[in-house]
Design a protein around this ligand. Structure first.
Ligand code: ATP
Ligand code: MG
Length: 196
């Protein structure tokens, strides 16, 4: 990228995050559709908000209505979807925020790509490990039904792979933990790691 020079500003991430009394990070929720990513991320954000922290939640299809509306569901577009979300999350983290993202993000390489964008302690992978059978029973959007009947192709867990994280920072099985218990575990992780 010749001729494109990074401008170093005087107010940087460290100053911004000190002002907010928190360490910026990305809580990257991953798991099957219906696993509980949005539900838990939403509840974690509420809790952090109550505690006076500055957060931002990037969730699912919302991004496809705006920034990523030019992208479809081909392999290349899915990779680009996550890449842009990762870059966006990085910008919010740079602004000093605790960022949450709730995307299925089924592929290890895509999650690794985002992990590699930020500093080591800034990427917190939260694996929502709820088994497929529970997700399918819940089917809150009716998508599993459509996938089983062939109305949706390449649906994660049915005819497209979900690659289980090898070393997630936090694992939550919502078939066994209620929403409050999930929130407590995430908050404990953030406290133990002096993020909040
Ligand atoms: N312990 C729990 N934690 C989270 N969700 C739960 C729990 N128990 C039941 N649920 C229900 O499971 C469903 C989870 O749906 P949610 O939309 O959060 O999943 P998602 O992972 O965001 O899926 P998608 O990838 O399709 O957006 C909700 O209907 C929620 O009420
Ligand atoms: Mg969701």
């Amino acid at each position: 990228m010749e001729n494109i020079v990074w401008h170093k500003h005087k107010v940087e991430k460290l100053e911004r995050s000190k002002q907010k009394k928190q360490k910026p990070c990305i809580l990257w929720f991953t798991g099957l559709s219906g696993a509980g990513k949005s539900t838990v991320a939403d509840a974690v954000e509420q809790k952090l908000f109550e505690l006076g922290h500055h957060t931002y939640l990037l969730d699912g299809d919302n991004v496809r209505h705006g920034l990523n509306k030019d992208l479809g569901f081909s392999d290349a577009d899915r990779v680009e979807n996550i890449r842009r979300i990762g870059e966006m999350a990085k910008l919010f983290a740079d602004a000093g925020l605790i960022v949450m993202s709730a995307f299925i993000s089924p592929f290890r390489s895509d999650r690794q790509m985002v992990r590699d964008l930020v500093e080591e302690k800034e990427f917190v992978e939260v694996y929502i490990s709820t088994p497929l059978s529970t997700c399918e029973e819940r089917d809150p959007k009716g998508l599993y039904k459509k996938a089983r009947s062939g109305q949706i192709k390449n649906f994660t867990g049915i005819d497209s792979d979900y690659e289980v994280p090898h070393h997630p920072e936090v694992t939550l099985n919502t078939a066994e933990l209620n929403v409050n218990e999930c929130v407590d575990r995430v908050i404990s992780y953030l406290k133990q790691n002096e993020i909040i």
